[in-house]
Design a protein around this ligand. Structure first.
Ligand SMILES: Nc1ncnc2c1ncn2[C@@H]1O[C@H](COP(=O)(O)OP(=O)(O)OP(=O)(O)O)[C@@H](O)[C@H]1O
Ligand SMILES: [Mg+2]
Length: 223
């Protein structure tokens, strides 16, 4: 059994799946977990990020991304990941956008303990979570154990009402919403291809803590 498995899933590209997966993998590793980051997106951006970060002069290969990372854009992810994940691993899956790669994303959703939907606090992104929720309901029937799912509010503007409003709307819709909301910050926007800096980790440490503290198991999100 792995310690925890989480897939970053959303309908559309550009919602922060890869950024969230990579930062989360780092803070879990920093906390002493063995981490397996699975790049399930055929575009391979998490793996590319790791490769670029490792080219940073003066850093040994393992120092930039101090955990295992594999590219596995497979519709059979739910069978392949258990073959490579070690006992007590924290498995983080960067899933591709559902609208273009439904088979892969569904397979990731079928495998993980927690489906995490990164969503900006804007009406358009909240609206687009509906197809994700429908998929979660469908996938639930294929799973061998109950799964959990939650929205991760990200790209939030500091001191704006939109974050609290979005949380209220999402909770009314029946979603679990992680307590920690990730702000929209340059340190995240500029982080692709670089080793993860210390600045900006605190928020992700709290997100990781939220994930660890989530009750197990939960049923599907009500439709
Ligand atoms: N919290 C944040 N603050 C600021 N910028 C962010 C944040 N999260 C993500 N971004 C930026 O938003 C853009 C999209 O993020 P990212 O590439 O992680 O999304 P994605 O869902 O993985 O996209 P794709 O489906 O294309 O793989 C990137 O430019 C990234 O730097
Ligand atoms: Mg991505």
């Amino acid at each position: 059994m792995t310690a925890l498995s989480v897939a970053l899933v959303n309908l559309k590209p550009g919602t922060g799946k890869t950024t969230s997966a990579v930062w989360l993998a780092h803070v879990f590793a920093e906390a002493g977990h063995t981490v397996l980051l699975v790049d399930a997106d055929p575009s391979g951006s998490a793996l590319e990020w790791a490769d670029l970060a490792a080219m940073n002069p003066g850093l040994p290969l393992q120092a930039a991304f101090p955990f295992r990372i594999v590219a596995l854009p497979s519709r059979n992810l739910h069978r392949r990941v258990p073959e490579i994940a070690l006992t007590d691993d924290v498995v983080i899956i960067d899933a591709p956008q559902l609208e273009d790669h439904e088979g892969i994303a569904r397979s990731a959703m079928r495998y993980v303990d927690e489906i995490l939907i990164p969503c900006a606090p804007s009406p358009i992104e909240i609206n687009r979570t509906t197809p994700v929720r429908d998929e979660i309901t469908e996938v639930e029937e294929l799973r061998d154990r109950p799964g959990r799912s939650a929205v991760l509010l990200n790209r939030c503007v500091a001191r704006a009402n939109s974050t609290a409003n979005a949380r209220a709307v999402l909770e009314d819709l029946g979603y679990g919403v992680l307590r920690t909301a990730v702000p929209r910050l340059e340190v995240y926007a500029q982080s692709f291809g670089m080793p993860i800096p210390d600045a900006g980790r605190d928020v992700w440490r709290r997100v990781a803590q939220d994930l660890i503290e989530r009750p197990v198991p939960r049923g599907p999100v009500p439709s």
